[in-house]
Design a protein around this ligand. Structure first.
Ligand SMILES: [Zn+2]
Ligand SMILES: [Zn+2]
Length: 294
């Protein structure tokens, strides 16, 4: 059996991590609490006692990882198809998020929902619960089958070295499942279209104890009806009548402020300047608002 898979830890995990994983499981599967889980408790105890002892762990790992040149070839072949007992980091998730000038002016927060693969909480990624039973896989040794072409991953147990009967209902024994997750995104002050932020470990779950991938948010800045140029905002305005017929115009800024701009009595096209009412730099320096009258 693959003891790391049994405890739901990475083959690279420290003694501390193994202890933590075991104690969490021991609480769940102890025969005093769960008379039906005695068999599972026996296996996880065996895994724990082997991995906690540096000498025993070294020996177990040397048996588990013993490979010939042919094995290495076949392993990289199967790895290519994602079929391996090695820890594999989860994939990053990339999402686009549309934000508006008003979001970038002071910075804001937005909650988003998205789908991602997570490690199953009900079985801690092992695929079995107190309602399951496990048996050694008869087709392989520790998850691999010896053939003339070298060691190949066992398709019966998917490199676990054990078969789960009555697996975890939530993840169907896979150890992970896809769910809708939510995260609050901090939209930075002065955000520009094309900027992105990375939220670590909020991507897809890794395999075999591998880390979570990241969530990468790319911002799209919807500036309409304005244009953003550096820290300035530009508004194009077409008047129905000659400027002399207006005394002033009222405008609502993206910051929700209302302003009144006096209209000069000259022929278009011309540009009006409203100082410090434009967009902003990440440091908070406001630009100007330019109104191009045609
Ligand atoms: Zn599960
Ligand atoms: Zn097997």
């Amino acid at each position: 059996m693959n003891f790391f898979r049994l405890l739901g830890v990475s083959p690279l995990s420290s003694t501390e991590e193994i202890k933590r994983a075991f104690y969490k499981k021991a609480k769940k599967f102890h025969p005093d609490l769960n008379p039906n889980a005695g068999e599972i408790f026996k296996y996880i105890t065996q895994a724990y006692e082997t991995l906690i002892d540096p000498e025993k762990r070294k020996h177990y790992e040397s048996v588990l990882n013993k490979k010939s040149i042919l094995d290495k070839f076949s392993e990289s072949f199967f790895e290519f198809f994602g079929y391996t007992a090695k820890p594999k980091r989860g994939k990053n998730i990339k999402l686009n998020l549309t934000v508006y000038v008003e979001d970038g002016l002071r910075g804001s927060k937005k909650e988003i929902s998205y789908k991602r693969k997570i490690i199953c909480e009900d079985c801690d990624g092992c695929g079995f619960t107190e309602h399951s039973s496990i048996v050694k896989c008869e087709k392989c040794i520790n998850g691999y089958i010896d053939t003339k072409l070298g060691k190949i991953p066992c398709s019966e147990c998917l490199t676990k070295g054990f078969i789960i009967k009555n697996p975890c209902n939530t993840c169907k024994g896979r150890g992970y499942y896809t769910k809708m997750d939510r995260v609050v995104i901090d939209i930075p002050v002065g955000v520009r279209g094309g900027d992105f932020i990375k939220i670590e470990k909020m991507g897809n779950a890794g395999l075999n104890g591998g880390d979570y991938g990241d969530l990468i948010i790319k911002f799209r800045l919807d500036t309409s009806p304005f244009e953003v140029s550096g820290n300035d905002l530009i508004l194009k305005m077409k008047l129905e009548k000659h400027p002399s017929e207006y005394e002033s115009i009222n405008l609502k800024l993206p910051s929700k402020e209302k302003i009144t701009v006096n209209m000069p009595n000259i022929d278009p096209p011309f540009r009006l300047v409203v100082r410090n009412c434009g967009y902003t730099s990440p440091e908070g320096n406001r630009g100007n608002l330019y109104i191009d009258i045609t």
